[in-house]
Design a protein around this ligand. Sequence first.
Ligand code: ADP
Length: 462
Amino acid sequence: MKVNKNSSAAQITRAYAWMLLALTTIISLAIITVVGYNLVANKRQQATSLMNSLQHSFIDNQPDWNYWAYTSPMDTSNTFVKITVDFPKKPTKTFYSKNTESFLDNTWDTWPLLSHIQYQDDQGFYYHILATKTNKKGKKIRYEIWLGLNDAIHLFKLILEIIISITLIGFVIGACLIPLLAKRLNAPLVHLTVTAHKIVKNPEMTHHENLPVPQRPQEVHDLSLEFNRLLNSLNQQVIRDHQFVSDASHELRTPLAGIRGHVALIKRHGHAHPEIIPNSLNFIDTESQRMQELIEDLLQLSRMDHAQLTLTSTNMTALIHAACQRYQTQIPQPLDLQLQPNVYALANAPSMEQILISLLANASKYSPTDQRITVSLTQQQQHVYLAITDRGVGISAADKAKIFERFYRVDSSRSQKIAGTGLGLAIVDRLVTLSQGQITVTDNQPTGSQFRLSFEAVKNNS
Ligand code: ADP
């Protein structure tokens, strides 16, 4: 399978590989430095103790090599010594330990920073130490020791080889394991993507299916949960839209069928029985009016799906008073206004008037004609409360939960043939939400219902 270099697995692999490389390099360098330093320090210490024992073995103006070898704290076989004695007014005497003369015949390489280390092709590396001593009579003794470093270097090489081998093995194991680990870490994400792709590509899909929710890692778990929440809300929306379209077509089809029936009736029997024509025309007129109202309501609802209202400080007392006075002429029930003066709310005046008229129309439709309807307006701290109370048929508890849904009509209103589309309260509910308000419905005592709305109060600046 082709690996995308921008994939998260490839990025994890690269990051881990660099980290492994940096870590092993640092650790190896640290080990090599510490081991190398310890080996050199060890040799220096050995050379110093050899020098001490050498100075004690210089008896009667000449060295006792056997005594020195015996008193030395370590093996002297790989060690060479040269002692030069300067007597005042006497020729200089030089003493060599066994094989030292031939050892010194070679030419030696030295390095400025490592002045104690000397190298020769045949002999290898040596640690060179020098000490001079002058006694009161002017005798000057110069001690020189060459201490073989080859054993230490051998050990150092061995350690180096071990470290390099371990590092290489680590790299090989890392190179095999890191991509597997990266793949494993990414598996839930890949699974999520594949499933989402399958869901999208499924031609039979009628709604958004849920994605699998892995337990780990937490981020992918949360992401899938959030995705599913989003999908559920989209599903709800899709279901609502389907329902809306099917309800709308049903509501439009019913009056249309009636109209077509009456048109057919006039066509067939209009000539022979002209007396049926006015009745049919009346029916066609009423039903076409109902259709018009329905279409207007539908259009308003669909426009409001993406609408926003401009809310300003509105004199609710004046607005409600004027609207009620105008509307009183269109309904038989007397309106009882209980309006607190100078109440201002954050509102959109035309929408507020539409809400009020809609609720008044309902109160009037579902109440006996002689029962008054009360409209009250009060302000309590930060809230303005508007209540429309009727003494009509009331609404059952089960219906209260549904009356704000689109096209919902209580059965009794259908059976009693009260005109309506079932969209009035859905529009009111949406307008209240857009006005950042709230609406509730409760029972009125002893009969009827109360629609109570609340809006944000504003201080009156006038
Ligand atoms: P409609 O066009 O049917 O009035 P609405 O959305 O305005 O549609 O109302 C939905 C249903 O709620 C109505 O069919 C009616 O049964 C019920 N309803 C609304 N207001 C009242 C009220 N004041 N009293 C009794 N029932 C009401």
